[in-house]
Design a protein around this ligand. Structure first.
Ligand SMILES: [Zn+2]
Ligand SMILES: [Zn+2]
Length: 447
């Protein structure tokens, strides 16, 4: 049999055996964002192309080379989102969220699409966790957003992650810096790649993140933005650093991170891992006080970050981080004969209503094959039901890990009796279950 179609290059299937890794990351991200006061926002997968041209910037590789764009009837074109910020800000403005009191804090986990050369850790459809904080100009907001990213990475168990921060100033400091960059690169114009020759006139800061090695060598001694900060921008940056110190977050000032998009202002930052080779940035973000206005909203200071979830997962795997355990079947009921099969359906229904994870035979297997299947799906307990069990109203409950068997009534007491056994098993084998129960008991004591 031949497969009719294959997975497109640069995309990934997440199969049930692997999905617990994603669920681990998603649950840490959700819980942490919530603790910092961020609420989830969900936006469309595609937007009008103009949104990305305006916000991501028409001199970027993303807009120039990597967008998936389709045109529909009429002359409108739509683009699969290459990142999450533009659509999120668009939605925040369009839904009047900024009128609900400031700051507003939103987060998202979503897929993004870029037509790039596919490689390990860089896919054409990839996933991001991102957050945006809108309506706060103070340096505390910068530190708080960085602290959120830092907490997520630490709670995932990641190690050897380095935080680099920089300030790229305001439009005023940047105008002077651009002139200095132009003056520096002009004598090298003919040695630069074609894209950068164009950028030299339009946006010389973009030259600093060109991927060409020749261009990187030329850029090595270029002037640094930190030497061009105005008084206000310098003071803002000092306060961000001070607050990070109070929070106990280690960082390195790296004047080479620039994010040369027009709407970026002041603080920019990157979390970098050295455990996944050259593709080391696991999180990047910064302040973009000009973006809301660029997209047609009232001038509103804002900042945020995005984390590449594929890279986070690669790093977690490389570092042997722990993932949430997959839930396994609590009870498998193996039945022999028609009457037992009917009784099984009745019991399974009752137990599922109580919240237990219960399975039974759906393919018509014999008893031996049912037992083998129960073992394969790692069922914690098995009950075997046949005519004699139906007659006596009682069956054997087998603990699959120890082989231990106990009698269990099939009547009204079944749920309570199974519940008691299950509770004991979980208390002795599952740390999460035990700490949850203990925390609950502690709460009760306080009242
Ligand atoms: Zn400034
Ligand atoms: Zn270049």
């Amino acid at each position: 049999m031949a497969l009719l179609a294959k997975r497109p290059n640069g995309t990934q299937d997440v199969v049930p055996n692997e999905v617990y890794k994603w669920q681990t990351v998603e649950s840490v991200v959700r819980d942490t964002a919530q603790q910092f006061g961020f609420r989830e926002i969900r936006i469309p997968t595609f937007e009008e192309t103009g949104l990305f041209v305006r916000s991501v910037g028409d001199t970027t590789d993303v807009v120039q080379k990597e967008m998936y764009t389709v045109s529909s009837s009429g002359d409108k074109t739509f683009t699969l989102r290459p990142e999450g910020t533009a659509g999120t800000i668009r939605a925040v403005i369009e839904n009047g969220i900024l009128n609900d009191g400031l700051p507003q804090k939103v987060y998202y986990t979503l897929s993004c699409f870029r037509h790039e050369k596919a490689q390990k850790g860089r896919l054409r459809e990839f996933h991001q966790f991102g957050c945006e904080l809108l309506g706060a100009a103070s340096p505390s907001a910068d530190a708080d957003v960085i602290a959120l990213a830092d907490s997520v990475l630490k709670r995932l168990g990641l190690r050897n992650i380095v935080l680099n921060i920089n300030s790229i100033g305001c439009p005023e400091c940047r105008a002077k810096y651009r002139e200095a960059l132009k003056a520096y690169f002009e004598p090298h114009r003919s040695e630069l790649c074609a894209t950068c020759q164009d950028r030299l006139d339009k946006n010389p800061m973009r030259l600093l993140d060109c991927k060409s090695e020749e261009d990187q060598a030329i850029a090595k001694d270029a002037p640094l933005i930190t030497d061009y900060l105005c008084e206000d921008c310098a003071a803002h940056f000092e306060t961000v650093k001070k607050q990070l110190g109070i929070m106990g977050i280690d960082f390195t000032v790296n004047p080479k991170i620039v994010r040369g998009l027009d709407y970026y202002t002041r603080t920019v930052f990157e979390f970098i891992s050295n455990d996944i080779g050259a593709q080391g940035t696991v999180c990047g973000g910064g302040r973009y006080d000009g973006l809301v206005e660029t997209l047609g909203g009232k001038p509103t200071p804002a900042l945020g970050f995005a984390m590449g979830l594929e890279r986070i997962l690669l790093t977690m795997e490389a570092q042997g981080c722990e993932f949430m355990e997959e839930k396994t079947c609590d009870l498998y009921i193996a039945a022999m004969g028609e009457a037992a099969a009917e009784k099984t359906v009745e019991i399974v229904t009752r137990m599922r209503d109580e919240g237990f994870f219960v399975e039974y035979d759906l393919v018509g297997r014999g008893l031996k094959a049912q037992m083998k299947y129960a073992d394969k799906i790692k069922a914690k307990y098995v009950i075997v039901l046949g005519d004699s069990e139906l007659e006596s109203g009682s069956a054997k409950l087998k603990n699959m890990a120890t082989g231990e068997q106990t009698d269990i009534s099939l009547g009204e007491e079944l749920l309570d009796d199974f519940g008691a056994q299950y509770y004991e098993l979980m208390m002795s084998t599952d740390d999460d279950f035990r700490s949850f129960v203990e925390a609950f008991a502690d709460n009760g004591d306080d009242k």
